[in-house]
Ligand binder design. Structure first.
Ligand SMILES: Nc1ncnc2c1ncn2[C@@H]1O[C@H](COP(=O)(O)OP(=O)(O)O)[C@@H](O)[C@H]1O
Ligand SMILES: [Mg+2]
Length: 374
C-alpha cells in the first residue's frame, strides 16, 4: 500500500487538535518522513516581533522542521495564520498564511473565488437589519441564512418564508452574529465533497442528508457514497483551493440545475467519511504529497542557500566545462592569499590533506593529492 521512501532525513510536524483525521495523517506521514511529531495547537504560542523564540510549544521553542501540516477549526484561524507566516519561508507548509483567515470565513472565501469567476450561489450582505430586511422582501423562498464561520452544517439555516427569515434575522442581530443571506440551491438535500491535494482531486463523495434536514454534512447525519466528478467540476475545485491559498482542501459543491456551484473550502476536511465511502486511502495521498513537496523545497533551499552565500560575498558564479568559475577579488593576510569560503565548499578541501600548488605569474592552480597527512 505505501512506499518507504525514508532516508532523506526529513522531519515533519502535525499541529492540530489531535482529531482522528490528524492522527491518521500523522501515521501515514511516518511511512515517508523520518520523524513526525504531533503537536497540539492548544500548546502553541506565537511571539511576533521576537528574534528567536517566535513559536513556542508548551513554553519551549518549536523544533526545526522541514514540513509542518497545520490543522484546526476557525477558532484557531488567527493563530494558524500567524504560525504559517512565521514559518513558511523556511518550512514547507501546504497553505499560504492567508488561507486560514480566508477559508475559515465563507464571505472571504466567496470574495476570493469571485476573482476567477468560480460559480457560487448568489449571496447577499447588508450593513443594517433594515437593509437586510429589504433584501429578504425581494428574494425567492426558501432562502439560506448562514454564519460565515460555521462548520459541520451548524451555521446553516433554511427559511421557507419572509416571516421565518425575518425572525431569524432579528435573532442573529440580537446575538450580534454576522450572517450571509444566500440563494437556496435545490439539490434534493445532497452536496458533493471534492478532496483536493495539490493539482489533483484525489477522492470525491456525494453526501445526502437523512430525513427532513437540508444539510448534507456527515456531522449533521448525512451519508456519503463515492462520486465521480466530471473534469469541469474537478477544475473548479482545484481552482477554488488555489484561490483560497490551500494545497490541501475539501471543496463543497452543490449541483444546481445550472451546473455546479462552490459553497465552501475546508482546510481541515475530515478523513473518515471520505475514506469509508470511497475506499481511497486519502491520508496516504496527503502524506505522499507532503513528502514530495517537502523534498522539493529542501532541494531548492539547498541550491538557493549556496547561491545566497555567493551573492552575499558578491561572487558571480559561471559554469565552465571543468567546474564552477568564480569572479572575485582576493583577500591577502600578511602576504598569504585567502580564498572565499565558497571555494572551500565547492572544492571540499580539508586542512589535513596535501595539495599540489602550481603557480605561474597571473595563474594559480591547486590540486588535491591523494595522500593523507597523519
Ligand atoms: N445555498 C445553499 N443551498 C442549499 N443547501 C445549502 C446551501 N448552502 C449550504 N447548504 C447545505 O448545508 C450544508 C452545509 O453548508 P456549508 O456551506 O458547506 O457549511 P459547513 O461549513 O457547515 O459545512 C451543505 O453541505 C448543504 O447541504
Ligand atoms: Mg461544508
Amino acid at each position: 500500500m505505501t512506499q518507504h521512501l525514508k532516508g532523506e532525513n526529513l522531519k515533519a510536524g502535525v499541529i492540530s487538535l489531535g482529531s482522528k483525521s490528524s492522527k491518521w495523517t500523522a501515521d501515514a506521514m511516518r511511512n515517508y518522513f523520518d520523524e513526525v511529531d504531533e503537536i497540539n495547537i492548544k500548546d502553541v504560542e506565537v511571539n511576533i516581533g521576537s528574534k528567536n523564540e517566535k513559536i513556542l510549544v508548551d513554553g519551549k521553542q518549536l523544533d526545526n522542521y522541514d514540513c509542518i501540516y497545520l490543522k484546526g477549526s476557525f477558532k484557531y484561524a488567527n493563530l494558524l495564520r500567524a504560525v504559517a507566516t512565521e514559518l513558511h519561508k523556511d518550512v514547507y507548509i501546504p497553505y499560504e498564511p492567508k488561507a486560514f483567515t480566508i477559508a475559515h470565513d465563507k464571505l472571504f472565501t466567496q470574495l476570493e473565488l469571485e476573482k476567477e469567476n468560480i460559480p457560487m450561489p448568489k449571496t447577499y450582505l447588508a450593513a443594517t437589519v433594515d437593509a437586510a430586511k429589504k433584501i429578504l422582501e425581494k428574494v425567492t423562498y426558501p432562502i439560506i441564512m448562514k454564519l460565515p464561520t460555521g462548520t459541520q452544517g451548524k451555521g446553516v439555516m433554511v427559511a421557507d418564508s419572509y416571516a421565518a427569515a425575518s425572525s431569524m434575522l432579528d435573532t442573529l442581530n440580537a446575538l450580534k452574529q454576522p450572517f450571509l443571506i444566500q440563494e437556496y440551491i435545490e439539490t434534493n438535500s445532497t452536496d458533493v465533497r471534492l478532496f483536493v491535494v495539490g493539482e489533483k482531486v484525489v477522492a470525491s463523495m456525494k453526501r445526502k442528508s437523512q430525513g427532513e434536514d437540508k444539510r448534507a454534512n456527515i456531522h449533521a447525519g448525512g451519508v456519503g457514497e463515492a462520486f465521480e466528478p466530471d473534469n469541469y467540476m474537478k477544475k473548479i475545485a482545484i481552482q477554488s483551493a488555489k484561490l483560497v491559498g490551500a494545497e490541501i482542501a475539501g471543496i463543497d459543491i452543490l449541483e444546481s440545475i445550472k451546473g455546479p456551484v462552490v459553497i465552501e473550502a475546508n482546510l481541515s476536511p475530515g478523513l473518515q467519511g471520505i475514506t469509508e465511502s470511497t475506499n481511497i486511502n486519502v491520508a496516504d495521498k496527503i502524506a505522499k504529497y507532503l513528502y514530495e513537496k517537502t523534498l522539493e523545497k529542501k532541494n531548492s533551499r539547498d541550491k538557493n542557500g549556496k547561491k545566497q552565500m555567493m551573492d552575499d560575498l558578491g561572487i558571480k558564479p559561471a559554469e565552465s566545462a571543468s567546474g564552477q568559475q568564480i569572479i572575485t577579488s582576493l583577500d591577502f593576510r600578511a602576504e598569504r592569499i585567502l580564498l572565499p569560503p565558497v571555494v572551500t565548499n565547492i572544492t571540499k578541501f580539508k586542512e589535513n590533506e596535501e595539495y599540489l600548488v602550481e603557480a605561474t605569474p597571473g595563474k594559480l592552480k591547486i590540486e588535491k593529492l591523494n595522500i593523507k597527512v597523519t
